[in-house]
Design a protein around this ligand. Structure first.
Ligand code: KG4
Ligand code: ZN
Length: 352
């Protein structure tokens, strides 16, 4: 199935064309520079920038894949969750072009995209891990969400949440700690880089929500610990203490993610964890997690770096299963009762 995916839920304007698992094109226009001076995403600026860039991004995705609208079997667009204005730009655009080109359109849950991103095959990319198979435990750790799922298949009704964060998402914790340390935005990759030269054992930070029985996460206490460290010791400048602090913080986050995912495997009687979301790009999470599960006879599957952070290929892929099932009057576009996309069908007329 040849599917065009569109993603505008946060600060990336993205479009991609896939056939099955194969990514034929993957275009991402990042707004990072636009939001950097504010230390986080400004929703109104995000919507305006999506509006300006979506059309050229989609055109580039089609061109790079060497396809026309007429060739597509379906369109898929992120319909939840995300910034409302940003989502509306993507969904309204997708509805208009799907209607004009007379193609079925499906609305995709962004988190399902992350859960399935490890299946994607990028051209020329060496696969860091073998393709997962259902069922598995999915761990989504992004800037907006951190949760564990039981994934029995690619459709929304085959995915069940097992536990999520009580407060900050893992990526959000990285971003907030980086902001506190004056490191810039987004904080995850910066903290990751500094932590690689740090020694976690030199800074004591207590573990976040350590009870094994709970599949919930909590990162706000850890963030407060970092704040306390800074209040007592002063802001560590770009020296070894800063690197050690980053390493200690990162180790705590990573251990929490990995141990909770392991507890989820035990609870569900499964043997594979599949990572997704921007934090899946974290080097410590990838290396510590791979080792941790291998030592216990289990398996961690990590998506390629390109598939970890926000992209439209994962949306197209998740959407392909919905489109395959068929877009009928009842299910048209609606993947979830809270979907922001109202009912529109190929045969039922255009946007209402
Ligand atoms: O999935 P994503 O691209 O967007 C959302 O859906 O939120 O995730 C973005 C998040 C940001 O919080 C960013 O700091 C974090 O992923 N991130 C990382 C790394 N790369 C991105 N966190 C830790 N280590 C990284 N290498
Ligand atoms: Zn995301």
């Amino acid at each position: 199935m040849l599917v065009l995916g569109i993603e505008t839920s946060c600060d990336e304007t993205a479009a991609a064309v896939i056939r099955g698992r194969r990514v034929l094109s993957d275009v991402v226009h990042s707004q990072i520079r636009l939001h950097a001076e504010y230390g986080g995403v400004v929703p109104e600026l995000a919507s305006r920038d999506h509006l300006q860039n979506l059309r050229p991004v989609v055109e580039r995705a089609l061109e790079q894949a060497g396809v026309r609208f007429a060739d597509l079997d379906a369109l898929a667009v992120t319909c939840r969750p995300g910034l409302t204005g940003a989502l509306l730009v993507g969904t309204q655009f997708a509805k208009a072009v799907a209607w004009a080109a007379d193609k079925p359109l499906v609305g995709v849950d962004h988190l399902i995209g992350h859960l399935l991103a490890a299946f994607l095959e990028f051209p020329g990319a060496e696969h860091e891990a073998e393709t997962p198979s259902f069922p598995f435990v999915g761990l989504v750790a992004s800037g907006g969400h951190t949760a564990l799922y039981r994934v029995d298949g690619p459709l929304p009704e085959q995915i069940r949440e097992l536990g999520s964060t009580r407060d900050d998402a893992a990526g959000e914790a990285f971003d907030k700690v980086a902001k506190l340390l004056g490191l810039g935005y987004p904080g995850g990759p910066i903290v990751d880089r500094l932590a690689q030269e740090g020694d976690a054992s030199r800074v004591e930070l207590s573990a976040p929500l350590p009870q094994r029985s709970s599949l919930e996460f909590s990162f706000s206490g850890l963030k407060t610990n970092v704040m306390r460290f800074v209040a007592e010791r002063g802001l560590p400048d770009n020296d070894q203490t800063l690197r050690d602090l980053c390493a200690a913080f990162q180790t705590r986050v990573v251990e929490s993610l990995v141990k909770k995912a392991h507890a989820a495997l035990e609870q569900e009687g499964l043997d594979t964890v599949v990572l997704g979301g921007g934090v899946a790009a974290n080097s410590a999470l990838r290396s510590f997690g791979t080792r941790y599960f291998a030592e216990r006879g289990r398996r961690l599957v990590v998506p390629s770096f390109r598939a970890s952070t926000d992209n439209a290929a994962m949306i197209a892929y998740a959407g392909s299963f919905l489109a395959e099932r068929g877009v009928d009057e009842k299910r048209a576009l609606v993947t979830h009762p809270k979907s922001v996309i109202p009912k529109v069908t190929k045969k039922g007329g255009g946007p209402r």
